[in-house]
Design a protein around this ligand. Structure first.
Ligand code: SF4
Ligand code: SF4
Length: 382
């Protein structure tokens, strides 16, 4: 494992993201404590010293299960990050109660890193007006040594990030953004990177593999990319891209199995920045892919929308099937997948209330996609 400097600390280049932990029977709300312990122990003994959890991950269970696993190690040997859950407006005003509970769940006396979570279109007013005193409260915790470093994560647009920075840029020590070679142009991550570099704010990366999708294939550009680095897997290209972006200090990956963890740790033994021509080939491939994906939606399977759906639709799964259907121009996989969800659980069950879209960090028109998918399925020959 190699390390990057951050103020007085050396952070492992790879951090363990704790939003896609192994789960019992694949149930999101039921992380497998024994498997998590095994992963954390392996990570600790192989150089990972950064663990990123959050109030909402795994329906509130991530902090507890990660805190328990880390409690078997000395806090001198790891850094833990968690976040104020501002993606849910009803949490504003409850910051003190939430912060105290987070310390308890994570079994620590202080957080090394604490973030304003998921700054986006739906909560930017609450974050910048700060009528609830969140900013002041977190600064006080920092003065008291209960927070070592303050930062924020942003899923909103560049303009939203700028509004947040205008208000809080003076106290922000790092910023977590969605960054990968697809989003660099597609979701204008490049502008965010440049702005953060200009301000000297180090970048933490989330969704570097885009919810795991970029680990499965390199946009169909494998043949071209092989001519540069024959030994690279799609995940390697995605990670090396991140290592080549100025200001990137922490790369988070939400790993779900010990095997993934081992593979990623092996890759991060040393930095493998891309040369200019390699970067160029990857970005060109991304452009082709974006064109090919016209009509698809950029869902990252973060699942924030799930809690808001009155009929509990498996929104990310339906959108995954929708993307598959649009990207392939039809085919049987989409209809078959929807049929497998069962009667009343497919896109046609959506009542169009929009409660999901209000919290989607990718600003996806979810009811629109549900309606479009319903139309497409009606025409499908399946
Ligand atoms: S718009 Fe549809 S998918 Fe979204 S919350 Fe409402 S019913 Fe659920
Ligand atoms: S639709 Fe939006 S909120 Fe829901 S899982 Fe996808 S990216 Fe996350």
């Amino acid at each position: 494992m190699y390390y990057n400097n951050f103020q007085d600390k050396e952070l492992s280049a790879l951090g363990l993201g704790c939003m896609r932990l192994p789960c019992i029977n694949g149930e999101e709300a039921n992380p497998d404590a024994a498997a998590v312990q095994e992963m954390v122990d392996y990570a600790m003994s192989h150089g990972i010293n950064y663990y990123d959890t959050a109030w909402g991950y795994h329906y509130g269970k991530s902090e507890s299960v990660v805190g328990e696993a880390l409690s078997n190690h000395s806090h001198d040997d790891f850094y833990i990050a968690t976040k104020f859950p501002g993606y849910d407006l009803s949490n504003f005003g409850k910051h003190e109660e939430i912060f105290e509970k987070q310390l308890e769940k994570c079994k620590v006396d202080y957080f090394d890193f604490y973030l304003f979570h998921n700054v986006c279109e739906s909560n930017i007013d609450a974050y910048v007006e700060d009528k609830y005193g969140l900013r002041e409260y977190l600064l006080e915790q920092k003065r008291n040594g209960r927070i070592k470093h303050l930062g924020f994560s942003v899923h909103g647009s560049y303009e939203v990030m700028m509004r947040f920075l205008e208000k809080n840029g003076d106290i922000m020590e790092f910023c977590q953004i969605q960054l990968n070679y697809l989003d660099y142009e597609f979701q204008n991550a490049r502008a965010k990177v440049e702005e953060l570099n200009n301000r000297g704010i180090p970048i933490w990366v989330m969704e570097g593999l885009r919810g795991g999708a970029l680990a499965k294939g390199c946009l169909g550009a494998e043949k071209t990319l092989e001519t540069f680095r024959a030994d690279f897997t799609p995940a390697h290209w995605a990670f090396s891209f991140l290592e080549s972006i100025p200001g990137v200090t922490m790369i988070l990956s939400g790993m779900s199995t010990l095997d993934q963890l081992k593979e990623n740790i092996d890759f991060f033994a040393e930095k493998k920045e891309l040369k200019d021509e390699e970067l160029g080939a990857l970005i060109t491939a991304a452009h082709y892919d974006i064109e090919a994906r016209e009509g698809t939606v950029p869902c990252t399977a973060c699942r924030y929308c799930m809690e808001n759906c009155p009929i509990q639709l498996e929104i990310p799964r339906i959108l995954e099937l929708y993307n598959e259907h649009v990207y392939t121009g039809g085919g049987f996989l989409g209809p078959m997948g929807v049929a497998a969800l069962g009667e009343g659980h497919g896109p046609s069950a959506c009542i169009g209330c929009g409660a999901c879209a209000a919290v989607c960090p990718q600003s996806i028109d979810i009811p629109g996609a549900m309606s479009k998918f319903t139309e497409l399925l009606a025409k499908a020959d399946f």
